[in-house]
Design a protein around this ligand. Structure first.
Ligand code: FES
Length: 374
């Protein structure tokens, strides 16, 4: 083919009468394209090598479809609810994220490999040189481009490769279903079905069950060394990290350990100096016990433990992104990316003089989530 434009352009009637091959040739000439190399991948149809190549491509599309189906099944039906480490169901739960990541990744990868292999094994090998030119496309150009596109489709031999067409359609279809399932999944899996449980995001390990007292415990690192806390255990200006404890768990090593491992369990118990000016949050005026105040340690930005306390200023610093919370001002954020105050645990003292939680936190602890309004 020549890269020179023909001088006599065909009119519309002549264009309508031209075959696709003629239009393709005309189009390449008009575009100043010169084919310097063109070679069919399979000049002889139906050879064993060609069929083998076809099966290889189909195999990848089949893998894409199967892994897409596996992703759908895992995403919708795998036990996804959180189980603490060292519980029987933790291992199965811990496979959830790797499983959906692996199956979705494999589906995308197999689709890509299938498409690449098809291009490499079936699209004719060609080398073309084209000159650049300015201006918009003429009617002739548009007609010939359409012919060229149809010709490219035809030369790719996809029309006669039904196995590849079916498996590619299946793989892409299942993958598409997976993409649709992502936003619709929550209609099948309802994370709020049991929202009154202490394991839901609305509650914490401080939630009392069956009216049992929840004590503030100073954890020494030994599960059975239960140190309950009295107001006099802290000096003015002092603080300690406390965890929930229930008498029913005293001899249950597993429950004792789990009570300290929950991410929403750590609470910072502070004893302010007498006469310290404190601003309390509206509706939470009685959450403290004298000079004792208890705040969740879980940062309301992204959930790191906020533990660096400066008793002179009353600022509690989260080391992750430098949020600062003012515990003299109901845990209000003073600096950094956190926007919500640290939740305050309502506390009191029981008849034996031990500090106990009066109830669970009255708001969700930690970072925001979709359903959270505040
Ligand atoms: S997690 Fe605390 S500031 Fe980001």
């Amino acid at each position: 083919m020549s890269g020179e434009k023909p001088k006599d352009l065909p009119d519309e009637a002549a264009l309508a009468g031209m075959s696709r091959d003629e239009l393709v040739k005309l189009g390449t000439n008009l575009d100043g394209v010169e084919l310097v190399h063109y070679e069919e991948r399979w000049p002889v149809e139906g050879t064993r090598a060609e069929k083998r190549a076809e099966r290889t491509v189909a195999l990848w599309f089949t893998v894409a479809a199967l892994s897409g189906l596996a992703f759908l099944a895992a995403f919708l039906f795998w036990p996804w609810k959180y189980h603490q480490p060292n519980t029987p169901d933790h291992f199965v739960y811990s496979l959830y994220t790797p499983l959906i990541g692996f199956t979705l990744g494999l589906s995308v990868l197999a689709l890509g490999v299938g498409a690449l292999l098809y291009t490499k094994k079936f699209i004719p090998e060609e080398l073309a040189v084209q000159q650049r030119h300015d201006g918009g496309s003429t009617e002739v150009d548009k007609a010939t481009v359409l012919a060229e596109l149809a010709d490219a489709g035809s030369r790719s031999t996809i029309g006669r490769r039904s196995l590849i067409k079916r498996t590619a359609g299946l793989g892409a279809g299942v993958f598409g279903l997976g993409v649709v399932a992502l936003p619709l999944g929550s209609l099948v899996r309802n994370p709020w079905a049991d929202s009154d449980s202490k394991d839901s995001l609305w509650h914490t390990g401080w939630k009392s069950e069956h009216g049992e007292k929840v004590y503030l415990r100073n954890y020494t690192g030994k599960p059975h060394d239960v140190q309950l806390v009295r107001p006099e255990d802290l000096d003015a200006g002092g603080y300690m990290t406390v965890f929930p404890f229930r008498e029913s768990e005293r001899n249950d090593e597993h429950a004792l350990i789990m009570a300290t491992k929950r991410v929403d369990a750590p609470v910072l118990l502070l004893k302010f100096r007498p006469g310290q000016q404190v601003v309390k949050r509206a509706g939470q005026e009685d959450f403290n016990y004298g000079d004792l105040y208890a705040f969740s340690k879980i940062c309301t930005h992204l959930g790191c433990p906020a533990s660096l306390y400066e008793q002179q200023t009353g600022l509690l610093l989260c080391p992750c992104h430098q949020s600062q919370f003012d515990v003299f001002h109901y845990g209000k954020p003073r600096f950094g990316p956190a926007t919500r105050a640290l939740p305050q645990l309502p506390i009191t003292v029981d008849e034996d003089g031990y500090l106990i939680a009066r109830s669970d936190f009255i708001e969700a602890v930690g970072p925001a989530f979709w359903e959270r309004k505040s």
